[in-house]
Ligand binder design. Structure first.
Ligand SMILES: [Fe+2]
Ligand SMILES: [Fe+2]
Length: 205
């Protein structure tokens, strides 16, 4: 599937990202999330006949900005932090010389815009967003949201409401098939329904 050089770079990046998340806290977005997104990215890219290597790389790298975001004043998004960290790694870590200039640009674009559902310059950006979305649904999606908002019920409920929007923006046929096959929205629907029902009180005249 990969050339030797690509294999080496995937291994190197995987280790670098895991070490980075091991050293710093990023609730709901640690190396386990990066691992799952990289794995979804491979599956989607394979079926969509896209660049598997770049999609996997993007999956590993996309959320490193969650580290500086955690505990920051919130004025800069983690997407921008991820973009800047990867820019720095691509410029200063000689291992990334294995990437061409074009590959670096595709990765930086995909990483910077992994929140923007209209950023379609490269198919890899679309696949990264779909791969990232796969980890928003199902029981794992709820668990991650709870961790991220430190079990604040109000914030969790507001955020869970966005899942319908996230589901709408799944773009590739392959990701849509996974979403349907694994009934990924079911736990989200149940969670939201329970929350909504719990807030209905009887009305009186
Ligand atoms: Fe992200
Ligand atoms: Fe992510």
């Amino acid at each position: 599937m990969y050339t030797k050089k690509q294999q080496e770079l995937i291994q190197y990046t995987r280790k670098k990202v895991i070490r980075y998340f091991d050293k710093h806290r990023a609730p709901g977005h640690g190396s386990d999330h990066a691992t799952r997104v990289a794995s979804w990215a491979v599956k989607i890219a394979k079926a969509e006949k896209s660049n598997i290597f770049l999609c996997e790389m993007a999956g590993w790298l996309h959320d490193v900005g969650r580290v500086p975001e955690h505990g920051s004043d919130g004025t800069k998004s983690h997407h921008e932090f991820s973009y800047e960290i990867c820019q720095d790694w691509f410029r200063n870590d000689s291992e990334f010389k294995k990437l061409t200039k074009k590959e670096k640009l595709i990765l930086l674009y995909s990483i910077r815009y992994h929140w923007n559902n209209a950023a379609d310059k490269y198919v890899e950006a679309i696949i990264l967003r779909d791969a990232d979305k796969m980890d928003l649904f199902g029981k794992i999606g709820i668990k991650r949201t709870e961790e991220f908002f430190n079990y604040d019920k109000h914030k969790i409920n507001l955020n869970i409401r966005l899942r319908a929007n996230n589901a709408f923006w799944i773009r590739t046929k392959t990701a849509r098939n996974f979403f349907n096959k694994y009934k990924m929205f079911d736990p989200i629907y149940k969670y939201e329904l329970k929350n909504l029902k719990s807030q209905i009180k009887s009305v009186e005249l």
